[in-house]
Write a protein that binds this ligand. Structure first.
Ligand code: NAI
Length: 409
């Protein structure tokens, strides 16, 4: 059984102090206040009736009718999987700030959601998950059997959810379609700048008293050509950054946008790969984009070019990339995502033996830089993620149409 820590989220005022009100009382307080108001009105009406004023009865009737038309927010128990301390902090803050009245009950589990941990969702109405939780058909069926009716993704990508199975089971799947695209774009730029000017190596060198510059030679980015594969929200934000640095920006996307055309030029993927000094991936992972970067596409890239992936690991065939690095054809690789990252990322494995030989091989290259899926990791992005996630939960609880619902294409 995986370790799990459960804690109730603070409801109501956000204070952790114990009050005489029960959880359900506090959850229903807006309705309670309305009822009290109606009761007050009824008391007043009896006094006025004695004075022969029937109009108050009519007003009371109108109020009761109005109250019956208000969206009813059902208390929601939500199991939050893969919960790190920052998830707890920002979800609790959003719950207290935006939903003080409803006070959603959030239980936090360190464990990732997969076939071995579905039992933890027993008694919950919804599960809240992240990029490496696995929601394939057997997991979704098990969750449905436990009474779960909503899947809330704390991310934009939904490649880890079997949407067809979810639809068959009548499960709501909702995501956070956009949260500070600039956060991811800025991280992509940080990777490029670090790898190009070797600041990660310079940092260590200088701390050891080594002030030699050998091995730190970079290239001036101004005037270089950057290819953006996927010119949606993050691709566009990345394109704007590189355009601002004086780079020529090329883009490839089946759905071209005028916003991108203002900063770059659309070309075919083959031309983008052949002309770009830096290729940055920003398209979603789909069956069509799986291993988009493979032996053949790597072969089309300019010798010595840099490949950047902050989107999803499986866009890249890592075996082929290792071969391209070994042959010196690929100049640099910067990745924030990795195909087999679910066994590694978001965990402290510093005292463990890492079994993934391919990942360990990547780590031996001086021209490879890996970060552990932290593109989204800014205060602003986390605030937006948690706020929108709870708004999705609110829609589910009240039966309102959820605009962030994800359905199978
Ligand atoms: P988006 O939906 O705004 O843009 C994706 C773009 O890719 C769309 O314009 C789409 O038409 C295009 N596209 C689809 N198939 C393509 C193909 N075969 N070739 C070229 N373009 C294609 O999504 P957004 O918000 O820009 O996010 C992009 C990806 O970034 C997400 O799918 C997610 O996987 C990843 N991401 C990574 C984060 C991190 O922390 N590293 C955080 C957030 C998102």
């Amino acid at each position: 059984m995986p370790s799990a820590r459960i804690r109730r989220a603070r409801c109501g005022s956000g204070s952790s102090s114990v009050t005489s009100q029960s959880h359900s009382d506090r959850r229903n307080w807006p309705i309670q206040h309305l009822l009290w108001s109606i009761q007050d009105m009824a008391g007043l009406s009896s006094r006025l009736r004695q004075r022969g004023c029937m109009g108050v009865f009519i007003l009371g009737g109108v109020l009761v009718y109005w109250a019956s038309r208000l969206p009813k927010v059902t208390p929601m128990k939500t199991a939050v999987f893969s919960a790190r301390p920052y998830d707890r902090r920002f979800l609790d803050e959003a719950n207290a700030r935006d939903h003080a009245g409803q006070g959603f009950e959030l239980a936090y589990f360190d464990a990732a959601l997969d076939a071995t941990t579905t039992g933890l969702a027993q008694g919950f109405d919804a599960v809240c998950v992240f990029v490496n939780d696995r929601l394939d058909a057997p997991v979704l069926r098990a969750l449905h059997g436990l009474g779960v009716r909503a899947i809330l993704l704390r991310c934009a990508g939904f490649n880890n959810v079997d949407l067809v199975a979810a639809a068959d089971l009548g499960l709501l799947v909702a995501r956070v379609p956009a949260y500070s695209p600039e956060a991811v774009a800025e991280h992509a730029l940080a990777l490029v700048m670090t790898l190009n000017r070797q600041t990660h190596r310079a940092y260590n060198r200088v701390r050891e008293g080594n002030f030699m510059l050998d091995g730190l030679l970079g290239r001036t980015l101004h005037g270089k050509t950057v290819g953006i594969v996927g010119t949606g929200k993050i691709g566009l934000a990345t394109a704007r950054l590189f355009n601002g640095m004086g780079c020529t920006v090329l883009g490839n996307d089946p759905y071209p946008s005028p916003e991108f055309s203002a900063v770059g030029h659309y070309v075919a993927l083959e031309e983008l790969l052949a002309r770009s000094d830096i290729v940055s991936l920003h398209c979603p992972l789909t069956p069509q984009t799986h291993h988009l970067i493979n032996e053949e596409s790597l072969g089309l890239m300019k010798p010595g070019a840099m490949l950047v992936n902050t989107s999803r690991g499986a866009l890249v065939n890592t075996d082929a990339v290792v071969r391209a690095l070994k042959s010196r054809h690929l100049g640099h690789l910067a990745i924030d995502v990795y195909e087999q990252e679910s066994a590694l990322f978001f965990q402290d494995l510093s005292g463990e033996i890492i079994d993934d030989d391919l990942f360990q091989r990547l780590m031996t290259f001086p021209n490879v830089l890996v970060t552990g899926h932290q593109g989204f990791f800014t205060v602003e992005a986390l605030q937006e993620i948690c706020s929108i996630t709870l708004r999705n939960l609110c829609d589910f609880a009240s039966g309102a149409e959820c605009q962030n619902r994800v359905v199978a294409a």
